[in-house]
Design a protein around this ligand. Sequence first.
Ligand code: EPS
Length: 381
Amino acid sequence: MRLLTAGESHGPALTGIIEGLPAGLRIDAGRIDAALKRRQAGFGRGGRMRIESDTVRFTAGLRDGVTLGSPLCFYIDNKDHAAWASVMGPTEADTGQRRLTAVRPGHADFAGSVKYGFSDARNVLERASARETAVRVAAGAVAAALLAELSVEVGAHIVNTGGVAASDKRYSAAELNQNDTKFDVGAMTETDAAAFKAVIQRAMDEKDTVGGIAEVVVSGLPAGIGSYVHYDRKLSTALFAALGSVQSVKCVEIGLGKAYAPLFGSEAHDELFIEGGRPVRRTNRAGGVEGGVSNGADIVLRATLKPIPTVMKGLKTVDINTKQPCLSAPERSDCCALFAAAEVLKSVTAFAVAHEALLVTGGDTMDTVRQRFFSLPGFSV
Ligand code: EPS
């Protein structure tokens, strides 16, 4: 399965094409729209989210709500384009308007402008914007529908906001999804939510931004998805790439991740025991992946997101045209997008896991995929 995305933040629409979906998968557009709505929510988001009401429209690959095996094509309108048509019109635009030359440190503005020789970073930021993640959430909801047929579920929550850590408790994907409003800040408990909100409020008051850590959990995956035989076929390779591709992510961990560093081997691994004649583990430090292959435990991933680079009070920078020192441009943006990021990270994980499952099963139709999936050796250990 492969996803192509297209679209500028203030262009007419965002578009996605998913290639490689089996035929016979029922898609509920209402569920996709619910995921898109969650991506728009969260305490600390900016003014744009009051303008948009993201909904998916299919144009190919679907008939009567069921996939045909052909490329699935969809789009999400940018309502705000109406206000930007003269600046961002695809065939005609006044490129002298809304220029951004005081590049924002941490954003793609500088590196992207150098790469393409642009004198206006608008050409960069429109595409680098996290608005693109709307397409990835829609695609992730399609992948989640496929995974649901295989009894695999993906959930996510926020475990750290601006250095404030949530209480240390592991949840299943189903538990995470049952509580999908998560107090508007991605927290699972009221106490954590209050602590997260206080940090975000402080950042807002100080015209600043704040990042944090999201945890993603995949439940229901049997042992044997992925591969140890080659570096680029490891499940871990796919998961690192998927989470690492999300805007603002600077670190991806599987299982204990960075917390492995101080441990000795005798403390670091998940020992095996026999219970009722079957091999079991009492811990999941590996995060469900050993040697690049799923081991039957929940997959547990963490992604650290840097604070959003559009800092309203400004950062020291230079104007790329005048080469004079200045403060970075105060573009409208979010103070904290962690709640949305949890939905995005859950979505890219669902897409990657569905892709990996299909690599193992093959199959043109959902019937074949289902039958082969539940016959995998991982279900009879
Ligand atoms: C976003 C839409 C954007 C930003 C944000 C994500 O809307 P606007 O630029 O019109 O305010 O709020 O983009 C960024 C964080 C970024 O780095 O560009 C969205 O739909 O998620």
